[in-house]
Ligand binder design. Structure first.
Ligand code: HEM
Ligand SMILES: *[C@@H]1O[C@H](CO)[C@@H](O)[C@H](O)[C@H]1NC(C)=O
Ligand SMILES: *[C@@H]1O[C@H](CO)[C@@H](O)[C@H](O)[C@H]1NC(C)=O
Ligand SMILES: *[C@@H]1O[C@H](CO)[C@@H](O)[C@H](O)[C@H]1NC(C)=O
Ligand SMILES: *[C@@H]1O[C@H](CO)[C@@H](O)[C@H](O)[C@H]1NC(C)=O
Ligand SMILES: *[C@@H]1O[C@H](CO)[C@@H](O)[C@H](O)[C@H]1NC(C)=O
Ligand SMILES: *[C@@H]1O[C@H](CO)[C@@H](O)[C@H](O)[C@H]1NC(C)=O
Ligand SMILES: *[C@@H]1O[C@H](CO)[C@@H](O)[C@H](O)[C@H]1NC(C)=O
Ligand SMILES: CC(=O)N[C@H]1CO[C@H](CO)[C@@H](O)[C@@H]1O
Length: 325
């Protein structure tokens, strides 16, 4: 083999590896530049208008995008309604308290007027997640590549199988993320999404009242904070009360989540679990620096937004986001 051939092969391998590691597969920047130039602006305008009057929406959309990507990839399967024959993802227990579907519908209706049949619901959701969270900064917090296409299958059972549970330990969390080609670094960074939004009592109340079945509390939970939470969540069965995941800063996207983790005030076992592994806990320490957190969040969101995406002629462009064509 000639040296130059060997060099070309090495360069090719290095470039492919770079491509896989550094971007979202075959998604692109501004995929709709020619086919629907106003697409991203329309999404942002409507999202910002709605977030301006409803501050709980950014958390809803960030979580919705995560749930979409973890089940059959980011293909808007989370937006599909159940049918007579099929129970859809959005009915699955982990999906409890999803919301904001009406905003997606408003955006889709406008996009179908402007450029019919062009912009996928999967891209709309990825953009809305970014734009809703970014409203606070009037600037895009992370880059969203586009070109996703919509799937036509949505099963509640797959949501249950793929979405990590708040009672997961570190090993199970790591496995769940690895199954989506996400690293421990991504796991810790993306858990930072819990800097906004709320959790229902029943997802963590065993930590307050009956951790090992002996009427005890989780010893890894800050005792002062546990007392505060017991005051909010008065019983093991309370499934209506909600608590801010990042106390006093649950409407602000920042890195305080990692500060609360260090005070042993992570709300779920899955939050507290990030301190139980040396590697993960080192990442927590690194993300106490806000600049590092924002940079890392951009990078990990791009990876999450590229999980098992449909591209090219795969899937379809739905006409309405809640039903297949
Ligand atoms: C690491 C594994 C994760 C687990 C076990 C988990 C679990 C949960 C649970 C149980 C809730 C509360 C839902 C409720 O009571 O209504 C929640 C809320 C939330 N999660 Fe996660 N989550 C995880 C990762 C993520 C990721 C990767 C993101 C996004 C990057 C995210 C974003 C959110 C947001 C924004 C909320 C608040 C939703 C709202 O206010 O309605 N989570 N999560
Ligand atoms: C804000 O949006 C959420 C999710 O759709 C909804 O449950 C809530 O009622 C809305 N709040 C207001 C004030 O419109
Ligand atoms: C791993 O992902 C595949 C799809 O990519 C899914 O079918 C499977 O249930 C997942 N397993 C776990 C343990 O999350
Ligand atoms: C983590 O949870 C899994 C599943 O419940 C269990 O099999 C495993 O033993 C746990 N690992 C540790 C280190 O506790
Ligand atoms: C606590 O857990 C144990 C073992 O699972 C159970 O027998 C007991 O009834 C629980 N206590 C309450 C108050 O639910
Ligand atoms: C909350 O718990 C009650 C009583 O156990 C149950 O009937 C209801 O379906 C639950 N609600 C939700 C939203 O899970
Ligand atoms: C528990 O939280 C309080 C603030 O509420 C903090 O002062 C204390 O250091 C925390 N304890 C631990 C062990 O992190
Ligand atoms: C789902 O989409 C695929 C193309 O991605 C198509 O072959 C299949 O017929 C569709 N199934 C349904 C039920 O629409
Ligand atoms: C928004 C939505 O569809 N939520 C559903 C989540 O799942 C429960 C059942 O566990 C349904 O009752 C909700 O309607």
């Amino acid at each position: 083999m000639t040296t130059s051939l060997l060099i070309s092969i090495l360069v090719f391998l290095a470039l492919s590896l770079f491509g896989v590691v550094c971007n979202g597969g075959q998604l692109k920047k501004h995929f709709y530049e020619d086919t629907c130039p106003l697409a991203e602006e329309i999404v942002r305008k409507i999202t910002w208008k709605r977030v301006a009057t409803n501050s709980s929406l950014p958390a809803k959309f960030l979580r919705m995008h995560f749930h979409d990507c973890f089940v059959r990839g980011c293909d808007a399967s989370i937006l599909l309604d159940s049918t007579a024959k099929n129970t859809a993802e959005k009915e699955a227990v982990p999906n409890l308290s999803l919301g904001g579907f009406d905003v997606i519908d408003e955006i889709k209706t406008q996009l179908e007027k402007t450029c019919p049949g062009v912009v996928s619901c999967a891209d709309i959701l990825a953009l809305v997640a970014r734009d809703s969270v970014s409203y606070q900064f009037k600037n895009s917090l992370w880059e969203v590549l586009t070109g996703r296409r919509d799937g036509n299958i949505s099963r509640a059972s797959e949501a249950v199988a793929n979405i990590p549970s708040p009672s997961f330990n570190f090993t199970s969390l790591k496995q769940s993320f690895a199954n989506k080609s996400l690293t421990v670094h991504d796991l810790v960074v993306l858990s930072g999404g819990h800097t906004i939004g709320v959790g229902h009592c029943n997802f963590f109340s065993s930590r307050l009242y009956n951790f090992t079945g002996k009427g005890d509390a989780d010893p890894s939970l800050n005792t002062t904070y546990a007392a505060f939470l017991r005051n909010k969540c008065q019983s093991l069965t309370d499934n209506t009360t909600t608590v801010e995941m990042d106390p006093d800063s649950s409407l602000s996207f920042d890195n305080y989540y990692f500060k609360t983790l260090k005070l042993h005030q992570g709300l779920f076992q899955s939050d507290a679990a990030l301190l139980t592994d040396k590697g993960a806990s080192n990442v927590v320490d690194e993300l106490l620096n806000p600049e590092k957190f924002f940079t890392a969040f951009d990078h990990s969101m791009k990876k999450m937004g590229a999980i098992e995406v449909l591209i090219g002629s795969q899937g379809e462009i739905r006409k309405k986001c809640n039903v297949v064509n």
